[in-house]
Every structure is written in C-alpha cells, then in structure tokens.
Design a protein around this ligand. Structure first.
Ligand SMILES: [Zn+2]
Length: 260
C-alpha cells in the first residue's frame, strides 16, 4: 500500500476521494490542500451513486458541499480519457459537478463561477494565471504536444511538474489543470508544495513511486508519446499512440525530466 502512518486529515482525504469515486491520488493532493487551508475549493465530477455518500462524509468532516443543479454530459473524450463536458438536464442517473470548500460561502461562490463560466474560476481553484490564459487560448486533444511546443527549456526539466505522467499513471503533484509549459515556474512551485505536503502527511511511499513515474526522457508528437528511463541504452516505451516499424517520430519533441 502507498500509505503508511498518516494524519487525521489524510484519512479524511482518502475517505472523501474513495466516496467521490475518484481514483489514483491526484484528488488526494487537492483534498489535502483544501483541508490544510491552502486551497479555496475543489470541483469534482461524480456519478450519481457517489453524490449522496460524499455529501454525508463531507458534512461529518466539517466541509461545505454543494452539487450542480444540472447534469454533465460528455461532448468528447480523447484517447487518454480526458473528458470534455457540457451541462445537460438532470436525470436520476446524471453525472454532476460537486463543490467542496471549508465554508458555505466558498462552496456557493465556486458553484456560481463554474455554472456561469465566470472569470476567476481557475484562480479560485489555485491554478496559475499563466496556465489559465494558455488553456483558454488553446484547447487541444493532443495537449502533450501543445505544452511541449510552449516549453522553451527542454532538458533538465524538474520531474515534479511533469504532467505527462498522467498519460500512463496517476502520478501528479499538480491540480487538475494543464500547465502552460513543462518549465512553468508557478506550476513547479505548486507541485513542490503539494509534494512536501504529501510527505508531511505520511505519504512517503506514494511520493517515492510518483517520483519514479515522472522521471525520464520523453519524445512527443501529435499522436505519439515515448518514454525512456535509466539511460541512453535503455529501450523506449510507447505510452500514447500506435507503434510502427519506424519507432520514434522524426518530428517529435525531446524532453528530459530529472528528479526534484
Ligand atoms: Zn503556467
């Protein structure tokens, strides 16, 4: 198991993550930040069966919680499971957005921002302004290439903010947003803070696993992502796309991520 001795807030965060039907740990990072008072609120997408139990647990743990009055429907899902959704009439089985905060006013404010698409949503959720501007400007299903193209330094990148790791594992110290570049300073600072919080909360084994998952040399193109770990002579693994006899794409962008 990833977790050893842990604090009361770690247990709460794990329980909430489980009840919300979330998997893999990225939501754990956000919940711990919320419980620590370092994040204003959290938006989760929950299927119908998870909403009731999540409401009960959140209130027991002293968190405010609200759900969207409309449902969410998938408009598009890319090959990596990133969902692009829009509001839809609520029915019994609807997926809904759920908003968690430490107080009722914050939960209501977050819901208003989300429903109206109001400016300030990304800021309220703790996403860096530079990344919010980049995301608004460019929404692409091959986000890995979009981010690589805006990354000016491509070697010696700090693995702690390597969003590529979400393509093949749950490892991410970032909140649920796309950084403007793999060298984004604000994202790197945020990721470092989140990593240190996990360590303070007894999640050392999880951090060790995530650190391993995020290292390596990557080559990305519009339809392929490759990773090499452990040195130049090691084999390359294809993480996204279909392999052919030619191997690494000629026009791929090479990125090297080193340990924090
Ligand atoms: Zn940024």
């Amino acid at each position: 198991m990833w977790l050893s001795a842990s604090s009361e807030s770690t247990h709460k965060a794990l329980a909430l993550e489980h009840l919300a039907g979330q998997r893999g740990g990225a939501t754990l990072v956000e919940l711990l930040a919320l419980l620590a008072g370092e994040k204003n609120g959290l938006r989760l997408v929950c299927s119908a069966e998870h909403v009731g139990p999540l409401f009960e647990a959140a209130k027991t743990f002293g968190l405010a919680i609200l759900a969207s009055e409309e449902g969410l429907a998938d408009v598009h899902m890319n090959s990596q499971g990133d969902r692009y959704q829009e509001w839809a009439p609520l029915s019994d089985g609807s997926t809904r957005a759920v908003y968690l905060a430490r107080g009722e006013a914050d939960a209501a404010h977050l819901r208003d921002l989300d429903v109206t698409g109001g400016a300030g949503l990304a800021n309220f959720l703790g996403y860096p302004a530079c990344c919010d501007r980049a995301y608004v400007a460019e929404r692409r299903p091959d986000w890995w290439l979009a981010i690589a193209q805006t990354t000016s330094v491509r070697s010696g990148l700090l693995s702690v903010a390597n969003r590529l790791s979400t393509l093949y594992s749950s490892a991410s110290y970032l909140y649920d947003y796309f950084p403007c570049g793999f060298d984004c300073e604000e994202s790197t600072t945020l990721a470092r803070n989140n990593r240190e919080r996990l360590l303070r909360h007894g999640c050392g084994p999880l951090v060790a696993a995530w650190d391993r998952h995020q290292r390596g040399v990557f080559v990305v193109s519009s339809d392929q992502v490759w990773r090499q770990v452990g040195g130049e002579d090691e084999p390359w693994a294809l993480l996204v796309g279909e392999s052919d006899a030619t191997g690494l794409p000629d026009a791929g962008i090479r990125l090297e991520f080193i340990s924090p």
